[in-house]
Ligand binder design. Sequence first.
Ligand code: OSB
Ligand code: MG
Length: 370
Amino acid sequence: MKLKSVIIKIVEIPMVSSFATSFGTITKKPTVLVKATTTNGIIGWGEGAALPFPYYKADTHETTYLALQKYIVPQALNIEFRTPEDFRELYSHNVIGHNFAKTAIETAIWMIYSISENKTLSKLLGGTKYKIPVGESLGIQSSVEETLAEVKLRKEEGYRRTKVKVKPKWDVNIVKAIRKEFGNIDLMVDGNSAYTLKDVKTFKELDEFNLTMIEQPLAHDDIIDHATLQKKIKTPICLDESILSAEDARKAIEIGACKIINIKPGRVGGLVESKKIHDVCKKNKIGVWCGGMLETGIGRAFNIAVSSLPNYKYPNDMSPVNIFYKDDLVKDSFVVDKNGYVTVPQVPGLGFEIDENKIEKYTKRESRFI
Ligand code: OSB
Ligand code: MG
């Protein structure tokens, strides 16, 4: 196959409410879309859902757009490929980093591949599940009461685990309050790199609450200190920011930096790399789950497909799009059923119908390669 045209877009849907983490508060969430059309007329859409400011990783929506425009799309238009693996192989060796940009175009290629092979994304990726469990990711709220109300609401809706964002001085207190109110629910925290080894006392205190895991407590690019910390605490460490590739995963596992890995397609550069990380973890008996970057229904569709692989062992950050946004870019997006599961689509392609009118409506900027 070959691409005939590519359109890159920055799209922004208004948010329902802001999302606060230890690194800052997200009040606007532009995202980057790619529309790719092959010479035989198959269309694929992809998403690279970086944040608007470089406080999670270096990528932002602006750097993602620029990397696609300057370095990735011009090459992508020149290559012949059969599979997404071929496609990625052909340009990724000379573009370091820019993982969200790689994800935006590679997911569009997966959609094209799924249509041309007439097989579901889940099946092509090696998925074995027909439904996937969902947990909520709860931003830092303005009070303990608000947090408890939110946890209660999602629990009643069926969500299978609660993840709360923490930061120094908003950690032991909030975990204690949730345990007191809801007993032994599946509970975890996400530090988003806000701590250092000086905070061991806090982690020891958290150890008493039987958390399923603590996600990325230390620096965004660290594995050494995480290994030191893991030796001192019982709670399993789950790495998010620190893992950008299957090689990173192999090294982190080898030195004992984590017992679990959160795979986000955006962070690792796409589904090819997600699957490689999944496989390395499986071989080493490290369970994984799918995190999110507040994707629209387009990005979420790929996350759902990859979460159907066998070694995704924990509930995934897969809250429906309407929890965060006032609108969506697909018609009839997914829902969480009363038992906390999302159904994996069983049709080739994205699995959800693209709403081009909505995409037009929310487009802020675009660049066409035709
Ligand atoms: O660390 O998992 C994270 C959102 C933005 C940046 C980082 C993170 C998150 C989330 C949201 O937790 C998860 C979701 O998309 O539902
Ligand atoms: Mg995280």
